[in-house]
Design a protein. Structure first.
Length: 394
């Protein structure tokens, strides 16, 4: 199917978009409408010549932002819309054509993603208002991880919490892990074997993928579990909540806020959640920034080592996301902690590989696991899944 797909990723006060043609070489039009509902609302984007533009949209809501996005598409018209939906619960193992049943199912999972799913549905409603006759497809962050076996997705909790309340590990960043593991299989002589993928951006997660199926992943019921992230703590002792409540009198909302917004690289460094600034500060001898780098890298290596248990064979690791694609320092740190797996980094290749370039970074030992950097393309993957869904429904 040659559909030109408008990919929409809607937050509570923002709409990210990308218009993606079936031909991967065709230029993309993309951008973000942000601060919606306020006097400062604006649309920022790239035109087909790659020039940036900014348009003020004072007081605009989501539907008005989507109309403005439509006006910015230089006369190009999508033939379908693909929505990024954060949580599909156990309802969705793949992308779904949006109808009232799909909307009702997304609403029922809103309890699991109270910040994201309702905002995603606002985007669906606003897009339907602007494009009433276009097919709309929901692509879920969780769907790729629905192949996890029970040993990976069940918490050791009373089983009624799973059966009656859906308390289990779901995993996120599914479109990214799916994209880079599939691409590793295409680029590598190992094919679609056993890949560990590390999506390291503001949010961070790892995944173990065997023959294009996710077998385990570091995020859980929510995107807070697992690795150290920009402002999220990742794993902590589950007893921490009770301790903070009893000893400091913190409410659940305060604890939630601290673990999600004030922890991670920001909390450890006492400085910033931005890896570029952390690296620069550590270079100048800032002890908090150096500690943040140590903990960040160690926790990634530990997670990759743990997830390797899910794979029948380990063919390699793939780094992606803003940090994974751009930080030779973090890649060197992580691989340096895993020599017993046979990983060996080609330092020169590691140093030169920058954003937008995919490449192999290991010393090409015939039997050792490989190291790849592959830029993620979540929007491209959402567009592809949207096309496949429409073909399957035709
Ligand atoms: P993302 O959420 O994928 O856009 O990734 C954002 C993270 O990538 C931030 O922590 C950035 O500091 C980090 N990042 C971007 N470029 C670089 C770079 N050249 N070196 C280190 N980190 C980078």
């Amino acid at each position: 199917m040659n559909a030109s797909v408008l990919v929409i990723n809607c937050g509570s006060s923002s709409v990210k978009y990308a218009l993606i043609e079936a031909d991967p070489k065709a230029p993309r039009l993309d951008g973000i409408a942000e601060r919606l509902g306020s006097a400062e609302a604006q649309l920022k984007g790239n035109d087909s010549a790659g020039e940036r533009f900014i348009k003020s949209l004072p007081g605009a809501d989501h539907a008005e932002a989507i109309s403005a996005i439509l006006d910015s598409l230089e006369g190009r018209r999508p033939s379908a819309v693909g929505h990024r939906i954060v949580h599909g619960g156990e309802h969705f193992t793949e992308a779904a054509l949006i109808d009232e049943h799909v909307i009702a199912a997304i609403e029922t999972t809103a309890a699991l993603a109270p910040l994201h799913n309702p905002a995603n549905l606002v985007g669906v409603a606003a897009t339907q208002k602007v494009f009433p006759s276009l097919p709309q497809v929901a692509v879920f962050d969780t769907a790729f991880h629905q192949t996890l076996p029970p040993r990976a997705y069940r918490y050791a909790l009373p089983e009624t919490l799973y059966h009656d309340h859906g308390i289990r590990r779901y995993g996120f960043h599914g479109t990214s892990h799916a994209f880079v593991s599939q691409r590793a299989g295409e680029l590598s002589d190992r094919g679609t074997g056993g890949w560990l993928t590390a999506h390291l951006g503001n949010g961070c997660s790892t995944s173990a993928v065997w023959q294009n199926q996710s077998l385990d992943t570091s995020m859980g019921l929510t995107p807070l579990e697992g690795l150290v992230m920009g402002t999220r703590s990742g794993d902590v002792d589950p007893g921490l909540h009770a301790h903070l409540h009893r000893q400091l009198g913190w409410s659940l909302d305060e604890i939630d806020q601290v673990l999600n917004k004030q922890s991670g690289l920001l909390g450890l460094s006492g400085l910033t959640n931005d890896m570029r600034e952390i690296e620069a500060a550590a270079e100048k001898g800032h002890t908090g920034a150096s500690l943040a780098l140590e903990v960040f890298g160690y926790r990634i290596a530990k997670s990759l080592a743990a997830l390797s248990c899910a794979l029948p064979r380990l063919d390699g690791v793939v780094f992606t996301g803003g940090i994974g694609e751009n930080s030779p320092l973090i890649r060197r740190h992580v691989i340096g902690l895993l020599p017993h797996f046979g990983f060996s980094l080609d330092d020169a290749a590691n140093e030169v590989t920058i954003r937008g370039k995919e490449g192999r970074l290991d010393n090409a030992a015939p039997n050792g696991p490989q190291v790849w950097v592959i830029p993620t393309d979540e929007e491209g993957r959402i567009a592809m899944e949207t096309r496949h869904c429409l073909e399957a429904c035709a």
